[in-house]
Design a protein around this ligand. Structure first.
Ligand code: PEP
Ligand code: MN
Length: 357
């Protein structure tokens, strides 16, 4: 995880991986920011201090942020504690105010990423400057929307780009506030290996108890850092009170994380890993070969059904296949979720083959 040679040891961000985006959900007062920053400073030095100034809230007449006044407070925090500072921008006016105030890093929130018009307006406002911008994933589980937002910002000439995985709003997010859907984060990382990706454990979990596990999981997936909402007095917070933690709890959580490296210099480990990977490669070769054989038979069946005017989909047969394989999967310790999604995709391909046969 903290490998020196890593692509993501980006000079434009403070310090080294893993990057530490810590600070409250919202800037509420200069005293609240100062007390929080002082608590964080006791344990950490290379922090990108976060605080929302304009807050996207579900209902009006709730706390919607302190507005531009908070930008000056952030600059004061940078002067006093030596942290870089970052806030969310959702409109060209926000971008202009941040650039004028000299905010170090901007981020685009999940509610903005969903809207290409808003992202484009922000991109236009960023033309000609090269401030670092981090793009959160959209609320809905759509990786291309996330990529599209990053591409719009890149096209405006921003080269210092990062991404933030903050979970997705699904029909069932339990036990999280937003489902991590790790596969989507991995997909983003695969599509954009050059872009540092940090994990916003606060908005994924919505609950401090779940943070350590999610944070560890993100490091296990070789993510580049964490965003953790940290507040000097979470109970009194004006937004996201239930998910913020105090600086001492942040220190404890961080101290218990196991940092991993994407590579190891240990030769014995590398030899053993290569051996196991060779085994996996052989099994994958057989798997693909077997799947091809299975699809060839599907094609034969398709032809046979066509000649006899029998429908391609036969619900009962499909249900039998699924049930049979769920049962054997279960005895072999393969999860129901895995077998179900595997067989849905096999069945879909089989229907395609039969249709085209
Ligand atoms: C935030 O970081 O405070 C925030 C509003 O996040 P998101 O856009 O992920 O909901
Ligand atoms: Mn928040």
């Amino acid at each position: 995880m903290v490998s020196e040679s890593n692509l993501h040891n980006i000079s434009w961000l403070s310090g080294k991986r893993p990057y530490q985006f810590f600070g409250p959900c919202s800037a509420e007062s200069i005293d609240q920011l100062r007390t929080t920053a002082a608590g964080i400073k006791e344990h950490f030095s290379d922090v990108i201090f976060r605080a929302g100034i304009w807050k996207p809230r579900t209902r009006p007449n709730t706390f919607e942020g302190v507005g531009e006044e908070g930008l000056k407070w952030l600059v004061d925090i940078r002067e006093e504690f030596g942290f870089k500072v970052t806030t969310e921008v959702a409109s060209p006016a926000h971008v202009e105010a941040c650039l004028k105030a000299g905010i170090d890093v901007l981020w685009i929130g999940a509610r903005t990423t969903v809207n290409p018009f808003s992202v484009q307006a922000i991109a236009d406002a960023l033309e000609g400057v090269d401030v670092p911008v981090f793009v959160k994933n959209p609320l809905n589980p759509d990786v291309s929307l996330w990529s599209g937002a990053v591409e719009r910002i890149a096209k405006a000439g921003i080269s210092k780009l990062g991404a933030i995985h903050r979970g997705f709003h699904l029909a069932d997010n339990k036990p999280y506030r937003n489902a991590p859907s790790w596969d989507l984060a991995v997909q983003f990382k695969t599509d954009h290996p050059e872009i540092p990706l940090i994990c916003d454990v606060s908005h994924i979990t919505g609950n401090p108890v779940l943070i350590p596990h999610v944070a560890q999981r993100s490091f296990d997936l070789d993510m580049d850092g964490l965003m953790v909402e940290t507040h000097c007095n979470p109970e009194k917070a004006l937004s996201d009170a239930q998910q913020q933690i105090i600086p001492d709890a942040l220190r404890e959580m961080w101290g218990n994380l196991i940092f991993k490296s994407a590579e190891s210099k240990n030769e014995a480990f590398q030899t053993q890993l290569d051996l196991l990977r060779a085994k996996i490669d052989r099994i994958d070769d057989s798997l693909v070969e077997l799947l091809a054989q299975r699809m060839n038979i599907s094609e034969e069946i398709g032809l046979y059904k066509k000649q006899n005017k029998v429908t391609i989909l036969q619900l009962q047969r499909w249900q039998e296949i699924l049930e049979r394989n769920l049962k054997s999967g279960n005895t072999l310790n393969l999860s129901e979720k895995f077998i179900t999604s595997l067989y849905h995709s096999i069945h879909e391909e089989s229907i395609d083959k039969q249709t085209n046969s």
